[in-house]
Each structure stands twice: as C-alpha cells, then as structure tokens.
Design a protein around this ligand. Structure first.
Ligand code: RP5
Length: 197
C-alpha cells in the first residue's frame, strides 16, 4: 500500500511525526526517494508540507532498483490527483529525470548528499537535464528538500487562497525573525579581543 504522510513500513516512523496527518485527504504532493537512506534528507520536505497542512505521500522508488515501479508511479501520478512530485536521490541520481520523463506534473529534484562526492554528483546528475524534460533542481541536502516543499506549496497556492495566505504569513514571519536576529559572539571570540589580552 502506498504511504500517506510517511506512513510506510519502509520508512522508520520514529523519524517523522504524524501529529498533523490527515489520512482521509488525498495526497497532492508525492515525495519519492531512491532509498530508505534518503529519508534523512527528504523528511524535511515532509515536515514543511505538514506545517502547511498539505496532504502528501512518501514512497521509496528507485530508478535503478525498481524501474518498473517508477514507471507505474509516474504513469498514475496525475490521475491519482497529485499536483507536484518531489524526487530525491543520491549518487547517479536518475530518479527525478526519469520521473519527469514519464509524467507531465512538475518535478522538483533534491540532490541527496552521498558519502563519496558530498552530493555534487547528485546535483550534477539532476540539474543537467537536456532541453525538453525539465526538473526543477534544488540545493543539495535538507535545505533543498525544504525548498522543494516550499515550491510545491507555491504551486498549489496559485489556486488556493487559504494556502496562499499561509505562505505569505510564513514569509512575513521569516522576514521578521531575521530582522530581529542579533549576532551572539561565542565566548572564545570575546577572549580573543586584543584589549582583553
Ligand atoms: C541512490 O543511491 C539513492 O537515492 C541513495 O541516495 C543512494 C544510495 O542508496 P543505498 O545504497 O543507501 O540504498 O539510488
């Protein structure tokens, strides 16, 4: 059975709060990842979508190891009501591109940081799509996953006034927080000051 709100036997539930889940609502965003090991990164996308109350599902779909499942997922995505797909993968990260090749839905790709090339391999694999089949490529790692979710929210907000209001409020609160932030020097920095030596 497909996972709703990360409710999958293959994704460790302990990593993700279901407190804001609403299992009766059909998912609008599909979050797919090439491996269970990618969940540490992609959970940021799920958390952001949950914060906005956007129904989503999480599924492990590997371009290399489960190509038939990938084709099936992509072919059915739009008919199932999904509006956006977020696809994260590491290494030779074909998942976002192969997903985009088989659905007209917007696909946002999240490069996962691997242990060998620190995610640069994933980034280059995802971002260099030839003209004709776009993948909206985000930053490497959790920041990219969070931004993929925010982009998904922005797409959905085009036709959803309530969601648009939430997004504008999120942006306003973020701006306010940064304006109020002050640098807090570490104690070591103070002791390094020449006048205190
Ligand atoms: C990719 O290979 C996955 O997206 C993952 O980032 C990477 C390593 O997968 P595991 O060996 O951890 O399953 O396909």
């Amino acid at each position: 059975m497909r996972a709703w709100f990360a409710l999958s036997g293959r994704i460790p539930l302990g990593l993700y709060s279901l407190s804001r889940a609403s299992p009766s609502v059909a998912p609008l965003v599909g979050i797919v990842m090439g491996s269970r090991s990618d969940w540490a990164t992609l959970k940021r996308a799920a958390e952001v979508l949950a914060e906005f109350g956007v129904a989503h599902e999480c599924e492990i779909v590997s371009a290399h190891r489960t190509p038939a499942k990938l084709a099936e997922y992509a072919a059915a995505a739009a008919d199932r009501g999904l509006k956006v797909v977020i696809a994260g993968a590491g290494g030779a990260a074909h998942l976002p591109g192969m997903m985009a090749a088989q659905t007209h839905l917007p696909v946002f790709g999240v490069p996962v940081e691997g242990s060998m090339l620190r995610g640069v391999d994933s980034l280059l694999s995802i971002v260099q799509m030839p003209a004709g089949v776009p993948v909206g490529t985000l930053a490497i790692g959790p920041a990219g996953a969070a931004n993929a979710a925010l982009l998904a929210v922005a797409v959905l907000a085009l036709d959803d006034a309530a969601l648009r209001a939430k997004l504008l409020d999120y942006r306003r609160r973020q701006t306010e927080k940064v304006l109020q932030d002050r640098p807090e020097p570490e104690p070591s920095e103070w002791s390094d000051r020449p006048s205190e030596k």
